[in-house]
Design a protein around this ligand. Structure first.
Ligand SMILES: NC(=O)c1ccc[n+]([C@@H]2O[C@H](COP(=O)([O-])OP(=O)(O)OC[C@H]3O[C@@H](n4cnc5c(N)ncnc54)[C@H](OP(=O)(O)O)[C@@H]3O)[C@@H](O)[C@H]2O)c1
Length: 145
């Protein structure tokens, strides 16, 4: 048994290093080609609505925003496009308790959460010295982060 262990200790590292050396050039070429291809032909997301793209791939969806009526319209279209189940939850992402609540609701409904797309956001432009009302920044930080 000792002899076998000794032999394996000698042979296995050598085989592993050899396999890595043999595979590395192919892997590097593949990675480089893939990188060039993705740089030259990035996926065009222009005009694409993420929920609909997920729906076309047959994903289960949860749609969250404050306006329920708008969400329902998106949910109907997503279902038509191929989503087997679309859950609509009206909520405000700037409220931590509501975030916790809808995450729980999603996990309870679907059993798991695979992708979380944090798209809700707002932008506020002004020169820093012109900003007199800091509550706007607070609101922006609460929604975006
Ligand atoms: N448009 C651009 O050119 C551009 C460029 C770069 C980055 N972005 C970023 O991309 C994201 C989406 O931009 P967009 O132009 O599509 O914005 P948008 O048209 O204003 O849509 C924002 C969405 O987020 C929801 N939302 C806003 N505040 C929310 C809150 N407190 N809780 C829950 N949902 C909320 C809105 O629904 P409700 O109002 O019903 O809640 C709406 O569906 C933003 O994060 C933005 O900063 C946009």
């Amino acid at each position: 048994m000792k002899q076998i262990h000794k032999l394996l200790n000698l042979v296995l590292p050598a085989i592993t290093i050899l396999a890595i050396c043999l595979m590395l050039p192919f892997l590097s070429v593949f990675k480089f080609t893939d990188f060039i291809f993705r740089s030259l032909f990035p996926e065009n997301m222009k005009g694409k609505h993420l929920a609909y793209e997920y729906a076309k791939k047959g994903a289960y969806l949860t749609l969250i925003a404050r306006r329920e009526e708008t969400l329902r319209k998106v949910a109907d279209k997503a279902a038509q496009l191929g989503s087997p189940d679309v859950l609509v939850i009206p909520a405000d992402v700037s409220k931590v308790d509501q975030c916790k609540q809808f995450i729980d609701e999603v996990v309870n409904h679907f059993g798991q959460l695979d992708h979380l797309v944090c798209n809700a956001g707002m932008v506020f432009h002004c020169a820093f010295e012109d900003a007199t009302n800091l509550t706007t920044f607070e609101q922006m930080m609460d929604i975006n982060f």
